[in-house]
Design a protein. Structure first.
Length: 341
């Protein structure tokens, strides 16, 4: 039986605004990531992807607050742990994070090696500078960075080198779970491929055990992830394999995401581009019923009243919609025939 590196049970977290309003950016999310596997998380900006990433580490800063649920890393429940214990014994070693805008995550006043020394000595005060240098040199060379980079300041590095430096620092302590939050954003296609190849290489060599790859580009995950979760308004609206999510999306929102992006993959390059109308709901005052109802072309009156949980289909696939699989597929087929005329 595959070893589960990360299991999340019914996790809910919220932001509390200065006006004491609750914004549930992660709403009853459950997931599993097995050893050697990559889970992709996709959705448009503001759907809760980055908040979920921060929440998974169990280390909360206001205005983000934990509400309910469990986070279990390799069998260890970190929910409710003291923040100092989480920082010392969980972050970096059990679970690590590549932030958005990773190129700006480095301290501009420190040489790279000093930044890495701070990271390692926070977990192992007895580590010597020589040991740290040798470990850092090994990781950097795997990512195609010469050892000389360790003696440079961030300003002396190119954007791509900064990106790889942050990745190397994030995996320096060989975390069991690595969360990569849009690591390929703001990069050209060639650099995106390089980043993806590096992350896969780190997993193959055992420096990370499992990976969560977050991006708003759903088609990109076909070349990265084993499984994909699609988020909308803080909720998971679909779970599927990468192939199913990209080539056969079931939830109307997933279908809309795929229809709004030019995809070079065979079988999708000739699909007619369509836009998803409207904007996501205001999570300060979320609507009753389905969160996607106001933007859905297949909406029914009951959708605006009844809120449904994820509906299991087969083989671990699930979606959140009041319509049955047959009803959705029939609607998509009618639409495809109409477009073909």
């Amino acid at each position: 039986m595959p070893r589960v590196m990360l299991e999340v049970k019914d996790l809910t977290t919220k932001y509390i605004t200065r006006f004491k309003e609750d914004v549930y950016a992660v709403d009853h999310v459950s997931l599993k990531v097995e050893e050697g596997k990559t889970l992709g998380i996709s959705g448009e900006s503001g759907c809760g992807k980055s908040t979920l990433a921060l929440s998974l580490m169990g280390y909360y800063f206001a205005p983000l607050h934990y509400t309910s649920g469990e986070i279990i890393i390799d069998g260890r429940n970190i929910t409710g742990m003291d923040p100092d214990d989480v920082r010392k014994s969980i972050l970096g070693t059990e679970i690590s994070y590549i932030p958005q805008s990773a190129m700006n995550a480095l301290n501009p006043t420190q040489k790279i090696i000093h930044f890495i020394e701070d990271v390692i000595q926070a977990h192992d005060p007895k580590a010597t500078r020589k040991e740290i240098y040798e470990l850092a040199k090994e990781r950097f060379e795997i990512l195609g960075l010469p050892a000389e980079v360790l003696q440079k300041y961030p300003v002396e590095l190119s954007g791509g080198m900064k990106q790889r430096t942050v990745i190397a620092t994030s995996v320096i302590l060989s975390p069991k779970v690595l969360i990569a939050d849009e690591p390929s954003s703001a990069l050209d296609v060639t650099s995106q491929k390089m980043v993806i190849k590096m992350l896969k290489n780190l997993m193959e060599k055992g420096y990370i055990k499992s990976l969560i790859f977050i991006t708003h580009e759903l088609p990109l995950l076909y070349n990265v992830a084993d499984d994909i979760m699609v988020m909308y308004a803080g909720q998971i609206v679909e779970k599927a394999t990468a192939k199913e999510a990209v080539f056969d999306p079931l939830h109307p929102y997933s279908k809309g995401l795929m229809g709004s992006i030019i995809v070079p993959e065979k079988g999708l390059r000739d699909v007619k581009l369509t836009a998803i109308p409207g904007v996501p709901p205001n999570l300060k005052k979320p609507p009753a019923g389905c969160q996607f109802a106001e933007r859905c072309k297949y909406v029914r009156p009951e959708c605006k009243v009844i809120s449904v949980d994820l509906r299991d289909v087969y083989g671990g696939r699930a979606y959140r919609c009041i319509l049955s699989e047959k009803e959705l597929r029939d609607a998509y087929l009618r639409e495809a025939k109409k477009d073909a005329r």
